[in-house]
Design a protein around this ligand. Structure first.
Ligand SMILES: N[C@@H](CCC(=O)N[C@@H](CS)C(=O)NCC(=O)O)C(=O)O
Length: 221
């Protein structure tokens, strides 16, 4: 497996993976060139001994930046921000996507962790059941439990959005990317959804962004 040439960012992961999409969306926002190698599910690769050497979890995404290997989508996102800062000297002109002060960055981290520990665990079974399973494989009770958990998680997020324009404050940040990808899945499966006023407002605002248009426009697979 070729790791990477000088100044080349390689990203392993299939394009329909939510965790890969977080990284691709950020690359788009930061204008970072990369080469993507399909891996995961029908593409295989991620369980090969070679891949397991660079990511023992056997999951995607993994990146190689000039030989520096990193996995865990949120760690990768933060790395790409810091990498951009180093390249531009004293820091990027626009720091709003991941504020550099301790409070601002910690609020982004808080919501990023929350998407991985609360929102995505609630959404994943629902997404998997409706999108990846055949009708006869679905357990309707599990799907309903998951829908209820999502309603609880989204009520929390809606409450946050009643006091801030975006997930972690008045600016679009890293924390909005995973939530947008989760919300896209939530709004595109055939279930009953309560109306969350603030969530709807945030979602239509996010919908104007290039990353959203690119990664949240094709049918779910
Ligand atoms: N916490 C990890 C989770 C990675 C993960 O679960 N990736 C999924 C795709 S979203 C995966 O690799 N599934 C196996 C596969 O695609 O074959 C992260 O955020 O990167």
């Amino acid at each position: 497996m070729r790791i990477s040439k000088l100044n080349e960012l390689r990203i392993w992961g299939r394009e329909n993976s939510i965790n890969v999409q977080k990284v691709l969306w950020l690359c788009e926002d930061l204008n970072i060139p990369y080469e993507r190698i399909d891996a995961g599910m029908e593409h295989g690769v991620n369980k090969t001994p070679e891949y397991l050497k660079i990511n023992p979890n056997g999951l995607v995404p993994t990146i190689s930046d000039n030989g520096f290997i990193l996995w865990e989508s949120h760690a990768v996102m933060r790395y790409l921000i810091r990498r951009n800062d180093n390249k531009s000297g004293s820091g990027s002109a626009d720091n709003s996507i991941y504020p550099r002060d301790s409070k601002g960055s910690s609020l982004v981290d808080q919501w990023l962790d929350w998407t991985n520990t609360v929102a995505w665990p609630a959404m994943r079974p629902l997404f998997w059941g409706w999108v990846r399973l055949k009708p006869e494989e679905r357990n309707l009770q599990d799907l309903e439990n998951s829908r209820q958990l999502m309603i609880k998680a989204l009520s929390m997020f809606d409450q946050q959005l009643s006091v801030s324009t975006y997930a972690a404050g008045e600016e679009f940040t890293l924390a909005d990317i995973p939530m947008a990808l989760i919300a896209y899945r939530w709004f595109n499966i055939p279930i009953d959804r309560p109306d969350f006023k603030n969530l709807n407002r945030w979602y239509s605002r996010i919908g104007e962004r290039a990353g959203f248009k690119r990664y949240c426009s094709s049918p779910l697979t």
